[in-house]
Design a protein around this ligand. Sequence first.
Ligand code: FAD
Length: 499
Amino acid sequence: MSAPEEFDVIVVGGGPAGSTAATLIADRGHRVVLLEKERFPRYQIGESLLPATVHGVCRLLGADEEIHDAGFTAKRGGSFRWGTSPDPWNFLFALSPELSGPTSYAYQVDRMTFDDILLRNAARHGVDVREESAALDAVTTGGRVTGVVYSDPSGTRRELAAAHVVDASGSTGRLHAAAGGTRRHSEFFRNLAVFGYFSGGGRMPEPDAGNILCAAFDEGWLWYIPLREDLTSVGAVLHHDQAARIQADREGTLYESIQRCDIVRDLLGDTERITEGTYGRVRVRRDYSYADTRFWAPGITLIGDAACFIDPVFSTGVHLATYSGLLAARSVNSVLAGELSEERAFGEFEGRYRREYAVFYEFLAAFYDMRQREETYFWHARKVTDMATDDVQAFATLVAGASSAETALVGADALTRRFSSASAELTGAVERTGAARTDSGERMTELFRAPVVADVMSEMNRIQRRGAAGPAAEAPLLEGGLVPTADGRSWAEPGTAPA
Ligand code: FAD
């Protein structure tokens, strides 16, 4: 092998985590190479996004306009047939005081398009993107990761050297072992998912037509994601003791699950499953909740699914991937600039990342208790987030990915840009919610009662003023911790960051 090519940073994996980290590091003028083993666009599961990704991280990446113009289905919230309530209940992201109107929606995306947008955007920001290039091994020198060996598109082994390696190779990558930790699978969430795609299907009434629907049935739960008018993603999440049955007949297991879940069965009616092309296969994913015992070691950081993953019921995967990409980029940039020690910078990365993961983990564990009514789930959301709001607001904030209240995720200046057109949109959505609640029964009336809506509107005005005045300096999220710099791309000690 010839002498290694040198970079400041090597990112392994071109999913949302890798593209995010690579772009935000390249933005600071560092030489970044990204290795991706596939040629994009490539298929991936994880289609239901959260507002924090769409309006927060994508805005920082400079990809928000392209995402908004891509024609994805707008997702204003979620619908659940869950717990003891026989009727489905809905929530709107607009109920979160952290989001306000203009950022109170996300998208249902086909990941081929979404991930491709982020990867091409990284290349435009100066990242050397190398597709069909699979990382084979980490190179370690004196206990520190100093490079990566990879196989180029012709199959030739090549070596790269860098001050830092970011492993964003997802759940199937192997590089995470170089950080010296252990991947611990959750004993609680030991599930499998079997999923496929249908050529349409029914939609819920507005404003919930673009919502993800999660519907429990006697053996597990089903997701129903309206991707396009002619494309619906449907998956069954079952306990791992169903593994043999799924292995014997994936398609049969998916159909049986749909038959046992009346709300999804009725929405699908006689809609046919797609049987050709990328969406033509029934796929299975197993044992998918875990966290590594180490998220970083000298010379290497783990982000996205390479570090941890939690059950998909609240669509948190891409949020955790992009959020950890942002946190890692701040730490790498601070260390490369000589501003902070690795321990200080990556300690902040790991602390914030584990906090976000833990909040969702604790809430999801409570959410899986099907014996409860929705009010109990809302109460749990407030408990785990420790928010000084009412239960419903805490729930909407948590499941929007905004419970850390980071400016980078709630996007104060983006709000100003979008405020005028979107405030009318929110008002319309709120009015439609008002109309919908009459049909949804008394409890929904309670949830969407007027003071909450008024709070959302006044928060919108507050954030608009904050946007006009520029981003406010943030307080540390962790005790004794750091704060983001004004451009959101590195860390500073509290009190030293310009507002
Ligand atoms: P990935 O998207 O997996 O990207 C990793 C990239 O690394 C891939 O492109 C891969 O080709 C590349 N790679 C792997 N090995 C190498 C190597 N050796 N060298 C170079 N490149 C390599 N999330 C949501 O947000 N919403 C949902 O609705 C949702 N539903 C889900 C349903 C199920 C059943 C499951 C299992 C997950 C779901 N997720 C969902 C989670 C989501 O799929 C992931 O969390 C998300 O894709 C993680 O992004 P990432 O960038 O970390 O990894």
